[in-house]
Write a protein that binds this ligand. Sequence first.
Ligand code: ATP
Ligand code: MG
Length: 576
Amino acid sequence: MIKARIKAESSKANLISYDQTYKTFNWPDVEKEFSWHRTGKINIVHEAVDLRAMEPQKRGRKALIFEKNGQIEEFSYLDLKERSCQWANLLAQYGFETGDRFFIFLPPCPEIYLAILACARLGVLICPVFSTVNFDELAGRLNNAQPRGILTHPDLVEMIPVEAMGSVQYLFLTEGPLPGVFSNEVLVEGVVQHMPKEFTTIWLPADAPLYINYTSGSTGPPKGVVHTHGDMAGIFISGKYVLDLNEETVLWVDADPAWVTGLICGTFAPWLCGSTSLVQGDTFEAYNWYWTLEKHHVSVWYTTPRTIRRLMEAGENLPGRYDLSGLRHIASVGAPLVPDLFYWAKQHLGRSPHDTWWMTETGMICLANFPSMDIKPGSMGRPVPGIEAAILDDHGKPMPPMSLGDLALRVEWPGMMSGLWQDEDRYEDYFRFKGWFLTGDIAIKDDEGYYYHQGRNDDLLKAGGDKVIGPYEIEQVLCMHPAVAEAAVISKGTEPDKGVSFLKAFITINKGFTPSTRLNHEIKAFLKASLSSDIIVKEISILEKLPKTRSGKLLRRVLRAGELGLPGGRTLDMKD
Ligand code: ATP
Ligand code: MG
């Protein structure tokens, strides 16, 4: 853990004084900001889009900018309202009702956003799926959620497993010609535009499901996490305090809409705050990322450590060629924002990236570095107002500062998942300790309440005596060696007679270094000199790249399985 402290970047943010807001915050006050508090009529689309579309001064403001291959499409709040009503009418015409599930299996495109809003209007559960899932992954999700409809593109139809289509009555296609693979194909293009632009939004109870999102599958088979319309208070606070959104903001979330970050922070979070959401549909190219920031005057950028690493690898000369002066806040999520990435971004992008932490299950950002708060590089920050976090021991007791334990959140908060679809047992497991939600992550809290991610619960390593450590601690030290770009440390089991984990590290190396036995020895010696004597990394393997999920999370379980010859080691070739 490094001791550096970086001064807060903004005193004009929505959250001015963290300590004071945290102390006085309460959720009922936030709920008062929504019209349903007065009317009792709840639907997230009404609050996020329709209310602005009804106000003459606000309806023309940009709500969504979509860019792909140099083509830009813009949607005002009024456009989003009218066009999503057309989509809702289409779905209603095909008999879709509250409670049905609807899969959106598409690469980023505007139709995704219109369909999301249309589903929410009807109370149909939105189930976005990465367009890069493989056959088995898609079959697993279809069998689990049993959707009544799928929205996809002709190019993806071949990926749909016939045997998992039992529940699917309609396969909607954004473009023609219809591939003719399934008998229930329905062309949307050219049809939806003729639907009425008005739709009577369905009013729902706050606990009505809004979406099912499958977790990234970093620790095991993905879970179908269910969230409700009532999440809006938590989503709003994430947008307002963490992303620091307002009506002037252009927010770019460069995450796929099938990942919870893209799904929530690319849609409802900015719209509940009256901001503009920018979606860049191109695949990553460093110059294009900088150009997107400049061209669209992005003011807030929510990204991932993986993207910052790719920009860093593309070279430090590049950012200086672009005008990034409009960028006032950078936030990151999904994996540890390691100090080398933090300092690189701070130096070359002109802003500190602010690490944030949340999970599909939490429905909102729960830990964060706020623009008005000092940053401790390497820390995920402090709990968002309205969220109580703690580090628990094996018996569910809160531990004192600087202890390593299970990261837990006090139940409940608006945003907490309402269930796992068809998976009651795994759901119960999150609540093993009464009054707490167990995240499955291990972390340390310092004496000022900043949290430091240390890995996943099942990545824990045994050092000497009864000491347990997270892999992150060793990975961080490895990354301090000039040759090491990224590192993952796993246990290959317990060493006989010693009771400590047999540790193996996997690393990727920086440009300019060549893998060799000598380099391997040198890194081991470096580790030995830097770690306490009871932590000994026995083996180091140099890989081309580390296995990661589509959203860029390290898959230590895949390395473990590959090493021990267990099933699950195959995901090594998981693609973007
Ligand atoms: P699964 O639950 O299927 O194993 P997953 O947990 O990776 O997959 P997500 O819900 O997408 O699926 O990711 C949440 C996890 O991402 C967190 O539990 C945490 O481990 C990791 N994470 C999120 N933000 C951060 C962060 N800022 N630093 C470190 N890890 C993070
Ligand atoms: Mg998880």
